[in-house]
Write a protein that binds this ligand. Sequence first.
Ligand SMILES: [Zn+2]
Length: 332
Amino acid sequence: MTHQTQPTPNRPLVDAHVHVFCWGENPSDGFLSERTRGAWRTRILLRLIGIGKEKGETLSEKFRSRLLRHVDGSKLDFVVVLAEDAVYREDGSRDDPATHFYVSNDYVLDLARRSEKILPGCSINPIRRDALAELERVHEAGCRLVKIHTAIQGVDPALARFDKFYRRAADLGVVLMFHTGYEHSCTVVSQQFTDPASLARPLDHGGVILAAHCGVCATFDPEDYYPNFVRMMHAHDNLYGDTSIMAVWNRWRSLSRLSREAPAITARVVHGSDYPFPPARLPFVLRTGPFPPERRNALDMDLRIKQSFNFGPGYASQMLELLGPGSAGEDA
Ligand SMILES: [Zn+2]
């Protein structure tokens, strides 16, 4: 028997955590560093997703065509596509040589103009000198979620110097997504910045804070931040978690663990895939059946797996409400 939680009819389905990569042919759009391009994990990903078969002259075009093809063909109504800001020096200047993964905000804003289903998730490293101005700019352009990659961008969320940034995001109603849990896809500045316990400071400003990956670490990591995520969820009503990356091989048990938490916790868990990282299918075969029709679309397959768990009724839809009126292009 397979499991499927039925979504409430007429509520849109949203994936809150989708990536697009730029190889670096046009570095102002985005780039992966030489080290990231050559890493075995990048090579494996490119092979797994069959990027060579996609339309486009360059690898960046192929990433983009694959994403647009999957988004168009998906049963999802909206996906939040994330930019990835650079590493910055202490003086607030951009440090390209230390940056291993970059996608510009304008690249993601442009994608959102090309597809009605794409919502822009810009990224701002709060260390940058013009962080507040960039926050205002992307908000003006329609962005309602900003991602901070604690590990890759070297941001300790607990620093008092970011208070103004957190305050402005809360005032504008911009959701702040923080990466939590050990990061393995790219070179990091510090894994310790990914502990959900360090989110108390942004949470105190009262806006919606989204802990990407719910603090989950891989089985081989020296620490597990998930218990701290649960503790923080109990203590802060404005904290949410997304399920991105939780269906991959080294974290697949994390979904059943999360689904067993109290309803007060699971009600604030939202759907995210971490596309293009594909979900593992074998650990979930009893839930989805061996040949679910969704297997042809990585976005739909990830949703199919996660909807087989018992998260709250708003699991796949409440992200749109968190993003607020006007976030999906309709009139505010
Ligand atoms: Zn991600």
